[in-house]
Ligand binder design. Structure first.
Ligand SMILES: C[S@@+](CC[C@H](N)C(=O)[O-])C[C@H]1O[C@@H](n2cnc3c(N)ncnc32)[C@H](O)[C@@H]1O
Length: 385
């Protein structure tokens, strides 16, 4: 990749181009960046490069002649270069545009200054205008550096490992999941356990869920064009519903943390194992697993006598008396699992529909099915999962 930058202030760019990843890439010849001083091409004896705008108005405008001559004399007609003027009026740079630019053989980057550039220079030697964002800079040099940096990362070999640019923000169509490095405990702040476990499938699932949730919260419009699988869409539905439930819990003064979907998916089975005594489990599975999943099969286990149950108000009373400090709340229809600090008011339980609650040690559970003819059920088990 060959890049030529046309600027009045080449020294503004030099430090950035000599350090770190860019500096190494240039030294290794993976990209070449040539800085051309537009002032060297002026034909005027005072070497001026700007003049007052025709029609009046504040500031100065860069003259066409030095720009056109500088670009014409420094671009090889045999080399197909995309010629770009950095400008707040331009097409907005994003990762898609960066990927497009990275496929070019060569780039010409023109940096404006003052009030901008004589339109005739743009008409003569520029293919397109590119903006790095909706704000106005004093000059195009920072814009040129942004383009060079973003494009260089996509040139093979510039980053240590090619994989490191593959699953980053925007490249995947989503924002990136949170990253952590050593130590595992930083002044009391830990790291999500799944990242320490070494199970690659679990880690990938956790990262995907985090990326989807971050994108939903911060840049939901990206989801319209991101390449999503059916599983991603299902996950997004659950995340949206999870946020609604969190808001509902909060409005009742209940502090709750939504747990990973991976755990929510494991939970009903773990629950089943915890509340149906071992000697009855095989038969219970045979009877109960064919029907509705989640609370459904647990409820059936209770209803069919595979697990011990209290019913109705007695169950609620028993749960209220147990007063767990923290409990797990499962919403089976939504596939959601929360860790809840403190008890849940009855009124809230009624609004949540089918729920299952367990204290943290999973020794006590409360299942409210939301159906008049079924439950709630309560069971105390000495088993832990
Ligand atoms: C003060 S600006 C000129 C702004 C111009 N008068 C306008 O209103 O569009 C000077 C130069 O900074 C550069 N520049 C300013 N904002 C930019 C942005 N958002 N993206 C890229 N380049 C920018 C351009 O090269 C521009 O010629």
């Amino acid at each position: 990749m060959k890049i030529k930058v046309f600027t009045l202030f080449p020294d503004m760019l030099r430090p950035m181009l000599s350090e770190s990843i860019l500096g190494r890439a240039i030294k290794a010849g993976l990209i070449s960046v040539e800085l051309i001083n537009i002032r060297d091409y002026t034909l005027d004896k005072h070497r001026s490069t700007d003049d007052y705008p025709f029609g009046g108005g504040a500031g100065m405008v860069m003259m066409a002649q030095p720009i056109v001559d500088a670009i014409r004399q420094n671009t090889d007609p045999g080399l197909r270069a995309r010629r770009i003027y950095l400008s707040p009026r331009g097409r907005r740079l994003d990762q898609g545009v960066v990927e497009e630019l990275a496929r070019e053989e060569a780039l010409v980057l023109l940096c404006g200054h003052y009030e901008g550039v004589d339109q005739r220079a743009l008409d003569s030697v520029i293919d397109e205008e590119l903006s790095i964002g909706d704000y106005v800079l004093t000059g195009g040099e920072l814009g040129a550096l942004v383009v060079i940096d973003a494009v260089a990362r996509l040139v093979p070999g510039v980053l240590g490992s090619d994989a490191s640019s593959a699953d980053e923000s925007f490249t995947t169509g989503l924002l990136e999941y949170p990253q952590y490095t050593r130590p595992a405990d930083f002044r009391g702040q830990g790291v999500p356990e799944v990242l320490l476990g070494g199970n690659h499938a679990d880690i990938a699932a956790w990262r995907r869920e985090q990326a989807l949730e971050l994108t939903l919260m911060r840049r939901p419009e990206l989801l319209d064009t991101a390449p999503l699988t059916d599983a991603d869409r299902a996950l997004l539905r659950r995340i949206r519903r999870g946020r609604e439930v969190e808001a509902l819990l909060k409005s009742h003064g209940v502090e709750a943390e939504r747990l990973e979907m991976r755990l929510a998916d494991q939970w009903p089975k773990a629950w089943f194992a915890a509340f149906v005594p071992e000697e009855r489990r095989k038969a219970a599975k045979k009877e109960c697993f064919s029907g509705r999943r989640h609370v459904g099969f647990l409820w059936r286990a209770f209803a069919m006598g595979f697990a011990e149950a209290l019913e109705g108000d007695a169950a609620r009373r028993a749960w209220a008396e147990a007063r767990p400090d923290a409990c797990a709340l499962c919403l089976p229809d939504d596939g959601l699992l929360f860790r809840v600090a403190g008890a849940l008011p009855d009124a809230l339980l009624d609004r949540l529909g089918d729920v299952a609650l367990a204290d943290e040690a999973m020794r006590r559970t409360f299942v409210a099915t939301g159906r008049r003819d079924a439950g709630p059920y309560y069971s105390i088990s000495e088993e832990t999962p």
